[in-house]
Design a binder for this molecule. Structure first.
Ligand code: GDP
Length: 481
């Protein structure tokens, strides 16, 4: 159920139903408690169990986090692994490596956090070049950032399937018998990047999870939203059902819990919102991500967007004869927020509604915050803008998104919105139908394993349980519904 009313400044539930902890310095991160006044009430409430597990996690993080005694001991063990298993005062860790585009990073970080919750590990975040510029600290009284002197830090970039400590490689080189007798190493690298192989994918099997359980440090590199496959591991089933009785809210809540724009990014969001988006009767977002080569804008993409918004009654049609306005004129106003690397699409849509009257009399305004032309990595303002645009999209009432794009997934998930997804064009032609309403607001896992861990053979993991299905926009992907 999507929201029905905007909350009124001041009277809203700034802790989002207990999802957010109290005790933060509000000035340091004004978006944390301030974002609620920009969003429609989503109608979804976090389960009391999720709330209690988050508070317990925060306590664990504070006890085991950077620069605590357990942390120092565990790091010491990494430096001088003497081969003997140790307990580390009840603290084990999962380290997330900063990797890939911003949308991908947000999704993998949420996935890794859920894995940490399920396995009672402490999540530590490689700050990369810009994580601290983009996101506030999500846990009270303890940092989620990995200290700069972390011993393996210099190796993060080079970790891949052939690294000595790669778990998949270990499984390739050792028989199950040998693995069973092996002492757990001080750390393992988990390669969960889209190009991973069958052994890397055994991460998603229960037997392997019991081996991993004993390893104090897990280091994860991923560019995928791997949560759907966690739902297929029997070990986690009950806990996941308790955490998320409403399955399609997994990223919605994890995202709202973890990702708070820093003050500079929040400034971008707020200024844009007040200058261009507030005061309209309806707000709609169109997220355009074109994976074709060559420079846009492309006519077939524009045709597809207009075919979708027309067919689904998302935007009024125009009267190209420009006839005289009827008396029964509606003065409803609609604002369209377009995000795209290229400016051509929004210019065209804007002109269409300037040059022609709408048949309903509605007034349509079209704005696009930036047009960065091409994807850039690791440039501060570029990613701050990208993050602010994902966030602005999440504040809209309805969304049209592009297939395959994690940028759009983040927006729909944070906003609690079930978007209309534009099908991926083939051979530069607009598909028919042009778009489809998503089954749920969840992101799609683009590279899931298709393996039956018990029977040890291939299986269609999109057909096993009703709430893990193939995605609308990628037939081999998996999503929660
Ligand atoms: P995905 O490639 O669509 O799955 O999304 P990612 O966020 O992982 O990577 C795309 C990157 O391209 C973003 O992080 C931005 O840096 C940039 N980008 C793509 N679309 C847009 C857009 O509409 N606006 C802005 N500002 N940047 C974009």
């Amino acid at each position: 159920v999507e929201g029905t009313s905007h909350s009124v400044m001041g009277s809203e539930d700034k802790l989002l139903g207990g999802l957010l902890a109290t005790g933060f310095d509000e000035d340091f991160c004004t978006s944390r408690y301030g974002s609620v006044s920009y969003r429609k009430a989503s109608g979804h409430k976090p389960s009391p169990y999720l709330v209690s597990r988050l508070r317990a996690y925060e306590a664990l993080h504070k006890r085991c986090g950077p620069n605590t005694e357990p942390y120092n001991r565990a790091v010491e063990y990494l430096r001088s692994d003497d081969g003997s298993p140790k307990q580390f005062m009840g603290c084990k860790y999962v380290v997330w490596i900063s990797f890939s585009g911003l949308g991908n990073r947000i999704l993998t970080l949420a996935s890794t956090f859920l894995y940490a919750l399920l396995t009672n590990r402490v999540l530590l975040v490689d700050p990369g070049v810009d994580m601290a510029d983009l996101f506030c600290e999500p846990f009270p009284n303890a940092s989620w950032f990995l200290p700069l002197d972390f011993p393996l830090k210099d190796q993060f970039h080079g970790f891949d399937q052939n690294s000595g400590h790669c778990y998949g490689k270990m499984l390739k080189e050792n028989s199950p018998d040998v693995m069973n007798k092996m002492n757990p190493p001080s750390f393992l690298y988990l390669h969960l990047v889209h190009n991973y192989d069958d052994q890397d994918k055994l991460f998603f099997c229960e037997d392997e999870q019991s081996f991993l359980k004993e390893v104090p440090w897990l280091i994860v590199k991923s560019d995928n939203y791997f949560i759907p496959s966690l739902f297929l591991i029997p070990l986690f089933e009950e806990e996941l059902n308790n955490l998320f009785p409403e399955i399609e809210t997994v990223f919605h809540f994890l995202g709202q819990y973890l990702f708070h724009p820093t003050n500079p990014v929040w400034g971008l969001v707020k200024r844009y919102y007040h200058a261009y988006l507030s005061g309209f009767d309806e707000k709609m977002g169109i997220q355009i991500r074109v994976f074709d080569t060559g420079t846009g804008p492309f006519q077939h993409v524009l045709d597809q967007i207009l075919a979708c918004t027309g067919r689904e009654n998302l935007l009024p049609s125009v009267d190209r004869g420009r006839s005289i306005l009827p008396n029964s004129y509606s003065h409803k106003s609609k604002v369209v927020l377009v995000t795209s690397l290229s400016s051509g699409y929004s210019e065209h849509i804007r002109d269409l509604y300037w040059e022609n009257p709408t048949t309903t009399g509605e007034v349509v305004s079209v704005f696009q915050p930036s047009h960065e032309e091409h994807q850039q990595t690791e440039k501060q303002m570029h990613n701050q803008k990208a993050w602010s645009e994902m966030y602005l999209l999440s504040l809209m009432d309805t969304l049209v998104t592009s297939s395959w794009s994690t940028f759009g997934y983040v927006a729909q998930g944070l906003g609690g919105l079930r978007p209309w997804i534009l099908y991926k064009p083939e051979n530069r032609t607009a598909p028919d139908p042009p778009c489809q309403r998503a089954m749920s607001m969840e992101p799609c896992f683009h590279a899931p394993p298709f393996y039956d861990c018990k029977a040890k053979r291939g299986i269609d993991t999109g057909e096993l349980v009703p709430h893990v299905r193939h995605c609308e926009d990628m037939s081999w992907g998996l999503k929660l519904i």
